[in-house]
Design a protein around this ligand. Structure first.
Ligand SMILES: NC(=O)c1ccc[n+]([C@@H]2O[C@H](COP(=O)([O-])OP(=O)(O)OC[C@H]3O[C@@H](n4cnc5c(N)ncnc54)[C@H](OP(=O)(O)O)[C@@H]3O)[C@@H](O)[C@H]2O)c1
Length: 331
């Protein structure tokens, strides 16, 4: 029998379910798959490659025999259980924020910094979803013309806040169409026919934790510890896929045509840039797809030399499950 024993922690969640889809579609050899979640989901079943598998409650002894553990159950669960999985002999790829800024833990986007995996000590961190989408586009531009500064506004889907937030958007939208207004449950505000400039909690300097992640994680992945990254993160009434408006200041001139050619050739990206034909990246067209789409590429009006562009990508796929499975494939 070939292949690995793989565990998904948080299997019933939004990212967890995408792990099943991505693992089923990729070549990573899986001999046995074990699914873990909280006791709330224990006993439910999920299908993997035609086989119905039970969800088990996560416990201290869950990792015996597990060789690869894919975590997506929040930072508290990762802090408690990832070291246990490593002690039991597994390699952990963690989707939470628990270890991302730990200098001893690689923070990896395979198309950008695969070399960071060398010397890992059992835990590899998967970056924040908005950050993964952003660095895929920044990396080729940096290599060609040197990045000096980044200003980014995100348009983040409800599913970025998990399964319950996705449900809340649907229920609040249905209620709004009946002329009712549901109070928010999981999200900080109602999202139906609305948007709000808050993703995660506010920090003392007025930025949110999500905006901090975009700055600090981008610096770590690109190996540019002083890169200024000014982010404004907005939750929008989209079910799936984050979009981002990005303006970059460059060290050296790079015109829009050259940037288009570079981004079209870069791994993980898809160029969708034909405004005259109303073709530009949109969340609805990227849902369930692997690449991150870039478009609206133009010379900047504030930064010189600089570029302004737009991107959209499935944050559950490349922003979470796919990136983690690609890391596992490299390992
Ligand atoms: N959503 C995204 O776009 C995205 C992208 C990148 C990274 N992430 C990260 O991935 C993680 C999961 O996010 P999500 O969006 O998938 O959230 P979610 O839909 O709310 O799912 C959370 C999962 O964690 C499980 N869980 C919660 N508490 C647990 C516990 N004490 N023990 C075991 N399992 C527990 C839940 O199980 P039950 O169903 O039994 O409660 C569920 O399977 C978070 O760290 C998040 O920051 C999310």
């Amino acid at each position: 029998m070939s292949g690995r024993t793989v565990a998904i922690v948080g299997a019933s969640g939004a990212v967890g379910q995408d792990f099943l889809t991505v693992l089923a579609a990729r070549a990573l050899p899986v001999r046995r798959l074990r699914l873990f979640a909280s006791p709330r989901s224990a006993g439910q079943r999920l299908t993997f490659r035609g086989e119905s598998l039970p969800i088990e409650p996560l416990g201290a002894d869950s990792f015996a025999g597990v060789e690869l553990a894919l975590f997506s159950a929040g930072a508290a669960v990762s802090r408690e259980h990832a070291p246990r999985a490593v002690a039991a002999g597994a390699v952990v790829v963690d989707n939470s924020s628990a270890f991302r800024m730990d200098p001893a833990v690689p923070l990896v986007v395979p198309e950008v910094n695969p070399e960071a995996l060398r010397g890992h000590r059992g835990i590899v961190a998967n970056p924040n979803c908005s950050t993964i989408l952003l660095v895929l586009a920044l990396w080729p531009l940096h290599r060609a013309a040197g990045l000096r500064a980044v200003v980014v506004s995100t348009y983040q889907a409800a599913s970025g806040a998990g399964q319950q937030a996705m449900l809340e958007l649907r229920e609040a939208t249905a209620a709004a169409l009946r002329g009712e207004r549901l109070p928010p449950r999981v999200l900080p505000q109602t999202l139906a026919f609305n948007l709000f400039p808050q993703v995660d909690v506010f920090q003392p300097d007025g930025y949110t934790r999500e905006e901090d992640k975009l700055q600090f994680e981008t610096r770590k992945i690109l190996g540019l510890p002083a890169l200024p990254v000014d982010a404004t993160c907005v939750r929008v009434p989209v079910e799936r896929c984050h979009s981002e408006a990005v303006a970059v200041q460059l060290e050296r001139p790079l015109d829009a045509a050259a940037a288009r050619a570079l981004l079209a050739a870069a791994p993980g990206l898809e160029l969708v840039d034909d405004p005259a034909a109303k073709r530009y990246p949109m969340p609805l067209e990227m849902a369930g797809r692997d690449p991150v789409a870039v478009g609206r590429i133009r010379s900047g009006r504030v930064f010189a030399p600089g570029l302004t562009f737009w991107l959209a990508g499935d944050q559950l796929r490349k922003g979470a499950a796919l990136n983690a499975v690609q890391i596992a494939e490299l390992l």
